[in-house]
Design a protein around this ligand. Structure first.
Ligand SMILES: [Fe+2]
Ligand SMILES: [Fe+2]
Length: 306
């Protein structure tokens, strides 16, 4: 009998050893762009209830669609490069499902019912879906969820309802972990394959170019009179800047975005499109192909039982 176990035994059944799946939880490392940097100064402008009930319901519908597409992370459970990454995605999928409930709860608090998303939001959420793991972690998680997080923070700072803000705060803290995981995985992949930087820059360029257009769509749909919405254009310019900063800190973008000439932009976009199409014909590596060489299985028995 293990003497150390016996010394601590006080008539209870011994617990099974806890299996530590993460050597370091990549989702717990801080984001490359901090929460403070995410914030935008709306100069005290607020969404006020009941005045802005219909407006907030429309915004909630856009988030609701985004959260439903977030469940697609389940796809990467099988295509993850390691059992650790698959473990993260399993937890993320359940968190995204919980976020769907958060937005349904906000609808209930507003006294409104769910409606369809705007086509641009549909395109940004579904059309930008990664075709390989690098695109998934860099484009969908680090950049895409980073954009969503900036809008979460904007709502937290402007919605005049403590109950709605509390719900959003809870979901935002989980989104921070998703972004941090995407960033950490992107940095790891770039260290292994520095040439990946241009592919990932091309894949994210379309989003950066689409964002100013989204500002115009929103203003056409919702107007510019509202005290918060009058900040839409500078707010989205701030979001583009944040994304640029994130791409620079990840090592994907090595210069300022404005210094990328139109010729280079076109080449990056064409390269990303070509790679995107090519990936559709490649058979991805699955966990069933790789699990026997997974770091988790190669650990010493004493490490695995920690
Ligand atoms: Fe989410
Ligand atoms: Fe998320």
């Amino acid at each position: 009998m293990d003497p150390t176990w016996h010394a601590g035994y006080r008539g209870r059944k011994p617990r099974a050893p806890r299996v530590r799946l993460f050597a370091v939880d990549p989702g717990k490392s801080p984001m490359r762009v901090s929460r403070d940097e995410l914030r935008f100064d709306f100069a005290g402008a607020r969404f006020r209830l009941p005045r802005d009930r219909a407006l907030l319901a429309w915004i909630v519908d856009q988030f609701l669609y985004g959260e439903v597409t977030g469940i697609q992370v389940g796809h990467w459970l099988y295509g993850a490069p390691s059992l650790e990454a698959a473990t993260f995605f399993a937890r993320q999928a359940s968190e995204e499902l919980a976020h769907v409930r958060v937005f349904l709860r906000i609808h209930a608090l507003l006294g409104t019912t769910p409606g369809p998303p705007h086509p641009v939001v549909r395109f940004l959420s579904t059309g930008a879906m990664g075709t390989d793991y690098a695109e998934h972690v860099a484009t969908e998680m680090a950049v895409g969820e980073g954009l969503v997080l900036a809008v979460f923070q904007a709502l937290i700072d402007t919605v005049d309802s403590p109950e709605i803000v509390r719900l959003l705060e809870g979901a935002a803290r989980q989104e921070e972990r998703h972004v941090a995981f995407g960033e950490t995985e992107t940095v790891r992949l770039l260290a292994e394959r520095p040439g990946l930087a241009d592919d990932l820059l091309g894949a994210n360029l379309l989003t950066l170019l689409a964002l100013p257009r989204l500002a115009r769509f929103i203003q056409r749909r919702l107007g510019t009179e509202h005290e918060v919405l009058r900040h839409t254009e500078p707010f989205l310019a701030h979001v583009v800047q944040l994304t640029e900063l994130r791409l620079q800190r990840l090592g994907v973008l090595r210069a300022a975005l404005r210094d990328l000439g139109w010729g280079r932009r076109a080449r990056l976009l064409a390269g990303a499109f070509f790679r995107h199409q090519l990936n559709r014909f490649r058979r991805p590596r699955r966990l069933t192909d790789t699990y026997l060489s997974d770091p988790l299985l190669r650990r010493q028995p004493s490490e695995a039982a920690e």
